[in-house]
Write a protein that binds this ligand. Structure first.
Ligand SMILES: Cc1cc2nc3c(=O)[nH]c(=O)nc-3n(C[C@H](O)[C@H](O)[C@H](O)COP(=O)(O)O)c2cc1C
Length: 382
């Protein structure tokens, strides 16, 4: 299946597997697709270890890395605040979290009886580094590996990224949820646009993939566009190609893979969920992100609950709570199972079973090819 995307990155099939688990990235790449590692949850040292492992598993076949660098940051990126030593930055951000918010989260966990777990202070540092300066060490690591593509969500590429990528022959991609975002990304010099519709898991806008993709294809004026959001089958992939996309960027479907590192409790909830069971909520990251609806969201929606804080204060407020909820849910704790949730898109309703990521890739591609053949017959018969 040759498209402008397969030519750009040198893969057989125009299907991207976005995931934070290196096992998924390697499996999708080894099946002829293009694996992309979500780097935002890792320290630079962890990212280096993950990419080294992927290099070993994929034997030179292409893969990419995705960063999450928001344009707007609580302290105001570029104010000088973000370039302070990580410890100082974390402390100054922590001081901005209101006591009422801390008390709300404490009370919520108490009411559900969620046990304490040893803290992970590095999570605060990871959240605090979600800014253009903080992303620099992750970029340094990524460029030391043979990546074929680097992507950014939530805003234009961080300073210097496009020039550095050009020098190393790495394609630059950006996720966009509105036509005006695409115009700014083209101006910034990106090579590839990902039109991500509201159906998607994770941070997402309000325009549906069916509407957004052809809008972005028209704006892109020949640059390749991938469709994202709501694509988990070959029929959906064929529809994206019909909309003018040069391929598909899938995120949620890999959460139903064996290689995905999510815990069994959330995977079991995904298998039970329908396409109506997600919600676009800022209560985890401070920006609207689609996730599985749970008792967590009911608590935040109750009258009198505080309004979520901006990124990165909201993740700093709730990170420890989620460590506790995940740990308790893994142990089968009833209250934790009611609260348990994770980022996922509306395609969660189509998850039938947990399967190897390579098998998922091959099935989507085969069904897409069959759908295109069926549609061609339809064209001949008219
Ligand atoms: C669990 C999860 C985490 C995500 N995290 C990120 C992220 O860190 N950076 C990013 O660019 N996109 C992220 N996304 C969005 C995906 O890159 C992709 O655009 C989206 O999943 C596509 O829609 P789908 O979920 O319907 O497949 C995430 C998606 C999911 C499901």
């Amino acid at each position: 299946m040759r498209t402008a995307f397969t030519d750009l990155v040198g893969v057989r099939y125009p299907i991207v597997g976005f995931n934070r688990s290196p096992g998924v990235v390697a499996a999708v790449t080894n099946a002829g697709g293009f694996g992309v590692l979500g780097a935002s949850a890792y320290t630079p040292a962890e990212l280096d270890a993950q990419l080294t492992w992927i290099d070993e598993q994929t034997g030179g076949q292409p893969y990419g890395v995705d960063l999450l660098v928001p344009e707007k940051f609580a302290t105001g990126a570029g104010s000088g605040e973000t370039s302070r030593a990580p410890g100082n930055l974390v402390a100054s951000l922590r001081a901005q979290i209101p006591d009422g918010h801390l008390a709300f989260v404490r009370d919520l966990l108490d009411r559900y009886g969620i046990p304490d777990v040893p803290g992970h202070p590095e999570y605060d540092e990871i959240a605090a580094s979600l800014n253009p300066d903080g992303a620099a060490p992750l970029l340094d690591v990524a460029f030391r590996h043979p990546i074929a593509l680097i992507a950014n969500a939530l805003g234009p590429p961080p300073p210097g990224l496009v020039d550095r990528a050009r020098q190393q022959g790495v394609a630059v991609a950006a996720l966009v949820g509105q036509p005006k975002h695409a115009l700014r990304q083209i101006e910034a010099g990106v090579d590839l646009l990902i039109a991500q519709g509201t159906e998607a898991g994770g941070h997402t806008g309000t325009i549906a993939t069916m509407v957004l993709t052809p809008e972005i294809v028209d704006i892109a004026a020949g640059r390749p566009v991938l469709a994202a959001g709501g694509i988990a089958s070959g029929r959906q992939m064929a529809a994206a190609l019909a909309l003018g996309a040069a391929g598909v960027w899938c995120g949620s479907v890999w959460l139903s893979s064996e290689e995905d590192v999510a815990n069994q409790a959330i995977k079991a909830k995904f298998l039970q969920a329908t396409s109506s069971d997600t919600v676009r909520s800022p209560t985890r990251t401070g920006k609207p992100a689609r996730q599985l609806r749970s008792a967590w969201h009911e608590e935040w929606e109750r009258p009198g609950s505080p309004a979520p804080l901006p990124m990165p204060l909201q993740p700093m407020l709730v990170n420890e709570a989620w460590q506790r909820i995940d740990a308790a849910a893994r142990a089968g704790h009833e209250g934790a199972l009611r609260l348990e949730s994770f980022f996922v898109g509306q395609v969660v309703g189509s998850f039938g079973q947990i399967r190897p990521a390579g098998e998922i890739t091959r099935q989507i591609v085969a069904e897409c090819e069959q759908t295109i053949r069926d549609l061609a017959k339809l064209g001949e018969s008219s």
